[in-house]
Design a protein around this ligand. Structure first.
Ligand code: NDP
Ligand code: MG
Length: 334
């Protein structure tokens, strides 16, 4: 079933008129939501941690940041734009007891709500307004008169009133200029995790490393392996982004296109797809969420170890050297 898409005409900003919107966290999303809503005529307050760079940024942008508890007390609409790993703890210690009946809690990712980390008091509804892009784009598009498409979802018990507030909020950040798609917390959370684990981050990194290692182990120069298995990914992804697989296949050589059809299915096989289904099941049944929440409660030992080991992969060293040769790519030294 095709999704319902809402635009500017479907949203009424005046519903936010006499309300205070508390934005918790002035990071990537927070700075975009706060400034866009303020420029849309809303009354916005911000919460940040004193002594941090983002606190100073909020001050520079004309806000007077409060603590999360103070901001929640003052807010009618409370948007939680803290890092996902801290949201559960901050909710329990600073948010929950400061919410009042009639308040609306807004999230931009459903992880904590969907996996039971928010024990929301009676009379408070939760909604999701999630831009499908990073915060700097949410801000930049708004400033140039456009917007980033958003997802909208209603939490348990939230009805048409909450939907209207969600649409007004999405209009305030510029989302309805592009289009707002209605989804559910479950769908947003589960597809987001699946995408990042299987295709975008997990799948792609593993594919790149395995391809690079195969060439180097066969005796080819690491520099050649880097160009073929890492650098050129962007070329292909840009074509897919602009015109789908068809346009990418139209643009590449016939030899490359034939290799794509005839060899691709030998790399991502039925076995790979069976593993994708297992990963999806672990997302759906909460076992991934439990693993990640407990990992953070233990101060992330496995996460830190994996991060350290992955940083030492030889492809990273070769890449650092080669990127220095290409002045146009805005190389980042990480
Ligand atoms: P960031 O890490 O960029 O920003 C979070 C901010 O919250 C940081 O400035 C952090 O400070 C601050 N903070 C942490 N703890 C507290 C606290 N107790 N009180 C006040 N401020 C605090 O997060 P994002 O903007 O990336 O993510 C926010 C939400 O948006 C998440 O749910 C994420 O999933 C979602 N989202 C993110 C997208 C993205 O592209 N980034 C896209 C769509 C949704 P410090 O840095 O000092 O720790
Ligand atoms: Mg994501």
């Amino acid at each position: 079933m095709p999704a319902t898409i809402y635009y500017d005409k479907d949203a009424d900003l005046s519903l936010l008129k006499n309300k205070t919107i508390a934005i918790l966290g002035y990071g990537s999303q927070g700075h975009g939501h706060a400034q866009n809503l303020r420029d849309s005529g809303c009354n916005v307050i911000v919460a940040e941690l004193p002594g941090t760079a983002n606190y100073e940024q909020a001050v520079k942008d004309g806000f007077q940041p409060l603590s999360a508890s103070e901001a929640v007390k003052k807010g009618d609409i409370i948007t939680i734009l803290l890092p996902d790993e801290v949201q559960g703890d901050v909710f329990r210690t600073q948010i929950r007891d400061n919410l009042s009946p009639g308040n609306i809690l807004v999230c931009s990712h459903g992880f904590n709500y969907h996996f039971g980390q928010f024990d929301i008091p009676k009379g408070v509804s939760a909604i999701l307004v999630a831009p499908k892009g990073p915060g700097h784009l949410v801000r930049a598009e708004y400033v140039r008169g456009a917007g980033v498409p958003c997802l909208l979802a209603l939490g348990e018990g939230a009805g048409d009133e909450a939907r209207k507030i969600g649409l007004a909020y999405a209009k305030g950040i510029g989302g309805t200029r592009a289009g707002v798609i209605e989804t559910t917390f479950a769908e947003e959370t589960e597809t987001d995790l699946f995408g990042e684990q299987v295709v975008l981050c997990g799948g792609l990194s593993a594919l790149i490393k395995a391809g690079y290692e195969t060439l180097v182990e066969a005796g080819y120069q690491p520099e050649m392996a880097y160009f073929e298995c890492v650098h050129e990914v962007k070329l292909i992804v840009d074509l897919i982004y602009q015109g789908g697989l068809n346009y990418m296949r139209y643009s590449i050589s016939n030899t490359a296109e034939y290799g794509d059809y005839s060899r691709g299915p030998r790399i991502v096989t039925d076995q790979t797809k069976a593993e994708m289904k297992k990963i999806l099941a672990e997302i759906q049944d909460g076992s991934f969420a439990r693993e990640w929440i407990l990992e953070n409660k233990a101060n992330a030992p496995a996460f830190k170890a994996m991060r350290r080991l992955e940083r030492q992969h030889p492809v990273e060293e070769v890449g650092r050297q080669l990127r220095r040769l290409m002045s146009w790519i805005d190389a980042k030294e990480y």
